[in-house]
Design a protein around this ligand. Structure first.
Ligand code: XMP
Length: 509
């Protein structure tokens, strides 16, 4: 495995993805990780990430330089290279010219990192600092027009630094450079598969949990379903899942999920119907954050009351994914600013003093899907699009009433049907409808109408951090719009949302 030290670069997840695409396992650690902790992970190599700081600033993030005595290869990227230079006795200064964007890289020789990439290759740079003097034992291995030390190496110690970002797509031979580091330099084997991950994780869960009991909040989404499967394989009936129907699900969803989960997962599941409680508490509430808070609070109350009925539970399982963890451990002062109070299921039932089990916390969404498949999870569950905890409450913009929820449910059902029929369901990260709080004039038959507007949102994304609006065919959009206006009472206009994230978000609230 490879340890990646997180100096705060926005590309850290990409580094991890590139390494895992090579079927080598990796973990991102904060700079506060100790040398002992790294040693206990027994990595074949370390990658020091980029970051927004300058190494000569007083509060720049640093990892214990003892990592250079572990006897394993280290690759420093951008700020990571500057840290390496500084820690080993060289000097970094402010660059005369900031370098941002594409740069043609000339490698001195096609070896080590640069094996098989050709003498000149296009790389992508983003930095304002450069190296003034190299530490002892290092030599320059590549240059660009503006950067005399675009890459450096100490071959004997197997320490390497690159000023450019091999992890981004714009660096044409970036994948090859990372492969060279992993396989030629570190001697990693491409042996990480979902089957091996499942095997290791199941035995780890058994070890951690022993003969104690585990509770899991099941939402029917792929993350919690895969978490349930893994834990069930590890401890069988000692796992109890709780499914809370909050009345904010899609049409038929609660009933379908109930059937699917029950028949497919031979697991203890308790279904709690709390719909009326949620709807009552939300009545008259328009503010999105208040909606979320109310839903989060009731969910916790309902969940806790149900969990309290399970005697001797010691653990709470959660389907937390890697992007959540990375965001909250970022090198620069923890969680980024709260844009929306997501993941309201985060808190533990307080009275119960449960310990956490999070078997997916090192996986990305697409890896969770692969894992679900490897575990034999129903295809329908594996490929379910993400659905937010507060459900349709944040898609009925403005005031929530049972009637408005039903209008949205009917619209959404038509949309889902058409998206699936056109073969788009799996290609889209999410597709859904939003009910707007304004009305518009229309004409139906001979009469004037004054009815609701719905917006259709369909996006492509890898991890929801960024997203693009989907370029759905006009014909499909036309069919969706016709069917909605003809079939759903109370709607006379359909619009398509053509905004990307950022600057918009995926959900409207
Ligand atoms: P945004 O709207 O921030 O959403 O671009 C990113 C992803 O998160 C989902 N989402 C939520 N999930 N509770 C959740 O469990 C929430 O409160 C929540 N808000 C947004 C959203 O559907 C998208 O996949």
């Amino acid at each position: 495995m490879i340890v990646i030290i997180d100096f705060g670069s926005q590309f850290n997840q990409l580094i991890a993805r590139r390494v895992r695409e090579c079927r080598v396992y990796c973990q991102i650690e904060p700079p506060t990780v100790t040398v002992e902790e790294i040693r206990s992970l027994a990595p074949e190599g370390i990658i020091l990430s980029g970051g927004p700081a300058s190494i000569y600033e007083e509060k720049s993030p640093r990892v214990n330089p003892g990592i250079f005595d572990l006897g394993i290869p280290v690759l420093g990227i951008c700020y990571g290279m500057h840290f390496m230079v500084d820690a080993l006795g060289g000097k970094v200064k402010k660059a005369e010219k900031r370098e941002y964007g594409f740069a043609a890289l000339s490698a001195k020789a096609e070896k080590d990192l640069f094996t098989g990439i050709g003498k000149e290759t296009v790389t992508w740079m983003s930095h304002g600092d450069s190296i003034e003097s190299l530490p002892k034992g290092f030599s320059i291995t590549a240059t660009t027009a503006n950067t005399p030390v675009a890459a450096m190496a100490n071959h004997q110690k197997r320490f390497y630094g690159v000023q450019f970002h091999p992890e981004v797509e714009h660096t044409v031979k970036g994948r090859k450079i990372i492969r060279n580091f992993l396989f030629d330099i570190c001697g990693c084997k491409a042996s990480w598969t979902m089957k091996s991950f499942a095997r290791d994780t199941i035995s780890q869960i058994r070890e951690t949990v022993g003969d104690k009991k585990v509770i899991l909040g099941l939402s029917g989404g792929v993350d919690s379903s895969v978490t349930a499967l893994l834990i069930h394989r590890a401890i069988g009936k000692h796992l109890t899942c709780i499914f809370v129907d909050n009345g904010l699900l899609r049409k038929y969803e609660a009933a379908q999920l109930k059937l699917k989960l029950k028949s497919h997962l031979d697991i203890n599941i308790r279904f709690v119907n709390a719909a009326s409680r949620f709807i009552k508490a939300l009545s008259g509430v328009s503010d999105p954050e208040r909606k979320r808070k109310i839903i989060g609070k009731i969910f916790m109350d309902v969940f806790e009351a149900e969990a309290m009925k399970i005697k001797d539970a010691d653990f709470l399982a959660q389907g937390t994914l890697y992007p959540d963890i990375i965001e909250s451990q970022s090198a620069f002062g923890g969680p980024t600013s709260v844009i929306k109070s997501h993941h309201n299921v985060g808190g533990l039932p307080k009275k119960m003093k449960l310990k956490l089990v999070e078997p997916l916390k090192y996986l990305f969404k697409d890896e969770v899907r692969k894992l679900g498949k490897a575990l034999g999870l129903d295809e329908d569950l594996v490929w379910r699009q993400p659905f937010p905890g507060p459900g349709l409450a944040i898609r009925v913009i403005g005031e929530i009433t049972k009637k408005r929820l039903d209008v949205l449910r009917n619209v959404d059902a038509v949309l889902q049907e058409e998206i699936r029929a056109a073969g788009y369901y799996r290609k889209l990260w999410q597709s859904f409808a939003v009910l707007l709080p304004i009305k518009s004039v229309g004409i139906m038959g001979d009469g004037r109408t004054y009815e609701n507007i719905v917006a259709i949102r369909a996006v492509t994304s890898k991890d929801a951090m960024t997203a693009d609006w989907a370029k759905l065919p006009h014909k499909l959009l036309g069919t969706i719009s016709n069917r909605i206006i003809n079939e759903v009472r109370g709607v006379n206009r359909v619009v398509y949302d053509i905004s990307s994230k950022p600057p918009s978000t995926i959900e409207w609230e």
